[in-house]
Design a protein around this ligand. Structure first.
Ligand SMILES: Cc1cc2nc3c(=O)[nH]c(=O)nc-3n(C[C@H](O)[C@H](O)[C@H](O)COP(=O)(O)O)c2cc1C
Ligand SMILES: Nc1ncnc2c1ncn2[C@@H]1O[C@H](COP(=O)(O)OP(=O)(O)O)[C@@H](O)[C@H]1O
Length: 214
């Protein structure tokens, strides 16, 4: 879409925009042909004001969607959260899995991620805060293909601490804030179980030290 059509159709007619804040290097419209200066002239033409801001940074990292994507793909969730300005979240519905979880003492809710194109963090185990109905529970989430059980499709699953309800079909969301370890292929289910117990202990220790959602 040509830049001016985008401005006219979406910003002016649909959003009835009055004021736009725009990053110093923003480009938009077909093939990114329009610049901040073009935006300003459209503002004059269509009657809205445009404010240009310089690069913003947090803790030495320039805030950019590219940087956020990079951090997520490296499992750097705390860094990603710090430039997002909020905790990265995964929304989804709890669906049925292979019923192995409860057998090893760690029932894990399988989450069907709501947004099909959602950029997920690197495969691995993370500490999360799960929002279920009106309550919140800390948990340990695994993102990956569960190599211990052979090849499978990618799944997002979570074991919640101090929790024991049937939540199939429930819409929940997870706030993700701490990378714990890589997903690994264990020799046996027993070894996997021992490792998940260690993951659980790590989360409990963090909570008892008061670190919580940091
Ligand atoms: C905290 C946590 C860590 C996990 N880590 C691994 C892992 O390192 N390797 C692996 O193959 N599967 C891992 N899993 C996935 C389990 O294999 C999976 O939860 C189990 O197969 C239960 O699946 P189900 O919900 O379909 O019954 C992990 C699961 C959780 C909850
Ligand atoms: N602490 C818990 N954490 C996650 N899910 C739990 C927990 N306690 C009970 N559940 C329930 O058990 C299900 C997970 O058990 P699991 O044996 O792994 O079955 P499935 O393979 O169908 O996911 C969850 O979907 C949820 O309904």
């Amino acid at each position: 879409m040509e830049a001016e059509d985008f401005v006219n159709h979406y910003l002016v007619k649909k959003l009835k925009v009055r004021h736009v804040v725009i990053g110093y290097d923003h480009r938009f419209g077909k093939e990114g042909r329009a610049s901040v200066e073009d935006f300003m002239s459209f503002g004059k033409k269509y009657g809205f004001s445009v404010e240009k801001i310089d690069a913003q940074s947090v803790g030495g990292n320039i805030i950019s969607s590219t940087k956020i994507r990079e951090f997520l793909s490296e499992g750097k969730i705390s860094e990603s959260n710090s430039i997002l300005g909020y905790n990265y979240k995964i929304f989804g519905t709890v669906i049925k899995g292979d019923k192995i979880g409860r057998k090893i003492g760690f029932p894990t809710a399988n989450i069907e991620v709501k947004e099909k194109c959602k950029l997920l963090p690197k495969d691995g185990v993370y500490m999360v805060l799960g929002h279920i109905k009106r309550d919140a529970y800390y948990g340990i989430m695994n993102i990956g293909k569960r190599p211990t059980f052979g090849k499978g499709e990618k799944r997002v699953e979570c074991h919640f601490l101090d929790f024991g309800e049937d939540i199939y079909g429930e819409e929940i969301f997870l706030e993700v804030f701490k990378y714990i370890r890589e997903e690994r292929c264990f020799k046996s289910m027993e070894d996997l179980k021992l490792q998940i117990e260690k993951d659980r202990q790590e989360v409990l220790q963090r909570l008892s030290s008061g670190a919580g959602k940091k």
